[in-house]
Write a protein that binds this ligand. Structure first.
Ligand code: TTP
Ligand code: MG
Length: 383
C-alpha cells in the first residue's frame, strides 16, 4: 500500500472540484513494457545494454520475437524471419527466448500493478489496462506505478492515459520507448487525425484496404464519413463501430478476466492454388505467425483447426484437440499439415486458414490483442 492508494476519494467529484473532471476524463491507462523480452534479457546481461539485441529462435523457420530499439534502427522487427534479421543487422547479438523467465517477470510486474489498482486487465505478458477512475490523481498514480515496476523488475514501460481503453492504448504506443502520453478523447482525435485508420485497434489491414478504395485514408476521413455510407459498405454494426473508433469512442470496460476464445490466421490467395506444396508452405507460415502471437499473449489452446475454402466457395474446417494446451509452432504446424493432408482438397484452394481454440493463459489472465490491431489475423474479442 502507498499514499496513492490512501489518497483514493470515495465520493469522487463533490469534494475535489477540478480533480473530478480529471478523474472522469482520465479513467483508463494502458501500460506496455518497452522491448519486453529484450529488456528482461538485458537485466541479466547488462553488458549488452546499448547494443542491437534480438530475441529469436534458432531453427530455419525461426522468427524474431522482439528486438532492442538499437536493432530496430536497422529495420529489425517482431515476427520477421530471424535469417532476414541477421542480414539486416549482422552485428546484433541473438539470444534464444526463455518463455518461463518472461512469464515469471511478467507476474512480478502485474503483481505490482495490482497492488496499486483494484481493476487490472492483463492483455499480454507485458501489457495491461488499468481502471484509474477511483484514483485521486491518475497521472501521479501512474508515475508511482512505473517507479515501483522499475524498482522491482528494472523494466521500463510506456503508458497511455485517457477516457477509455482505445485512447489509452493508442496513447501508450505514441511515444515509445518510455512514453507517457495523456489525452482526452478530443485531443486523441486531433493528434491522430492524419494517421491511417489502421492505427486504431480493431481496424485491420483488410478493412483499411477497403476504406482506402473508398477514399477514406485517414482517421479524420473516417470520422467524418457519412454513417450511411459506412453502414452500406460494412453493415450496420461494423459500419457504425468503424466510425466510433475513428472518433476514439469506446465504452468497453476494464474487466479483470476476459475470455478470448480463439485466434486464427487466414489468407485469401491472389489466385486459387492447387499445388499441395504451396498450400503447405502457406499453412506453415501462418501457423508460425499465429503461434508467435499466441506466445506473446501467453495464450495456449487445445484445439488446432484448419479452414479451407475451395474455388467454388465451399468451405470445410477440420479440427483436432490435443491432450494439453499449446502455442508451440512446431506442434501446431505439424497438426495443421496433417489435417490438410487428411482432407486433401479436391479442388484448387481459394482461402486457407489455421486456428487455435480453447485458449487459456498460463500465469496471467486471458486477454486481448496486440497493438495496432491484430495485423494479419483474427482475435475473437477486439480491444
Ligand atoms: P510487444 O509489446 O508488442 O513488443 P515489445 O514489448 O517487444 O516492444 P514495444 O512494446 O516496445 O514495441 O510484445 C511483447 C512481447 O511479446 C515481446 O517482447 C516479444 C513477444 N512477441 C512475440 O513473441 N512475437 C511477436 O510477433 C510480437 C509482436 C511480440
Ligand atoms: Mg511491449
Amino acid at each position: 500500500m502507498n499514499d496513492v492508494l490512501v489518497a483514493r476519494c470515495a465520493g469522487r467529484g463533490a469534494r475535489f472540484g477540478q480533480m473530478s473532471v480529471e478523474s472522469s476524463e482520465l479513467s483508463t491507462a494502458h501500460v506496455d513494457c518497452d522491448a519486453f523480452y529484450v529488456s528482461v534479457e538485458l537485466n541479466r546481461r547488462p553488458e549488452l545494454r546499448g547494443l542491437p539485441v534480438v530475441v529469436a529462435g534458432s531453427g530455419p523457420r525461426a522468427v524474431v520475437t522482439t528486438a532492442s530499439y538499437e536493432a530496430r534502427r536497422f529495420g529489425v522487427g517482431s515476427a520477421m524471419p530471424a535469417a532476414r534479421a541477421r542480414r539486416l543487422c549482422p552485428q546484433a547479438v541473438f539470444l534464444p527466448p526463455d518463455g518461463a523467465h518472461y512469464r515469471e517477470v511478467s507476474q512480478r510486474m502485474m503483481e505490482i500493478v495490482r497492488s496499486h489498482v483494484d481493476r487490472v486487465e492483463v492483455v499480454g505478458l507485458d501489457e495491461a489496462y488499468l481502471d484509474l477512475s477511483d484514483l485521486y490523481s491518475p497521472r501521479a498514480a501512474m508515475r508511482r506505478i512505473l517507479a515501483d515496476v522499475a524498482a522491482a523488475t528494472e523494466l521500463v514501460c510506456s503508458v497511455g492515459i485517457g477516457p477509455n481503453k482505445l485512447v489509452a492504448k493508442v496513447a501508450s504506443d505514441a511515444e515509445k520507448p518510455a512514453g507517457f502520453v495523456v489525452l482526452t478523447r478530443e485531443q486523441a482525435c486531433a493528434r491522430f487525425a492524419g494517421a491511417a485508420p489502421g492505427l486504431v485497434p480493431g481496424i485491420g489491414p483488410k478493412t483499411a484496404a477497403r476504406l482506402d478504395t473508398m477514399g477514406l485514408r485517414t482517421l479524420r476521413d473516417l470520422a467524418r464519413a457519412p454513417e450511411q455510407l459506412l453502414v452500406e459498405r460494412f453493415g450496420p454494426n461494423h459500419g457504425r463501430e468503424l466510425r466510433r473508433r475513428a472518433r476514439f469512442e469506446h465504452d468497453g470496460e476494464v474487466s479483470e478476466a476476459r475470455k478470448v476464445v480463439s485466434e486464427s490466421r487466414e489468407t485469401t490467395f491472389d489466385e486459387d492454388i492447387g499445388d499441395p506444396a504451396r498450400l503447405r508452405d502457406a499453412l506453415r507460415e501462418m501457423a508460425g505467425q499465429l503461434c508467435a502471437s499466441l506466445a506473446a499473449h501467453d495464450h495456449h489452446g487445445r484445439t488446432i483447426a484448419i479452414k479451407v475454402r475451395l474455388d467454388d466457395f465451399s468451405t470445410v474446417t477440420r479440427a483436432r484437440t490435443m491432450a494439453a494446451p499449446t502455442c508451440d509452432a512446431e506442434q501446431v504446424t505439424r497438426v495443421a499439415l496433417a489435417l490438410l493432408e487428411e482432407y486433401s482438397p479436391p479442388q484448387p484452394v481459394r482461402l486457407l486458414g489455421v486456428r487455435v481454440a480453447g485458449l487459456a493463459s498460463r500465469g496471467v489472465p486471458t486477454g486481448g490483442k496486440r497493438r495496432g490491431g491484430d495485423p494479419a489475423g483474427q482475435l475473437e474479442l477486439p480491444v
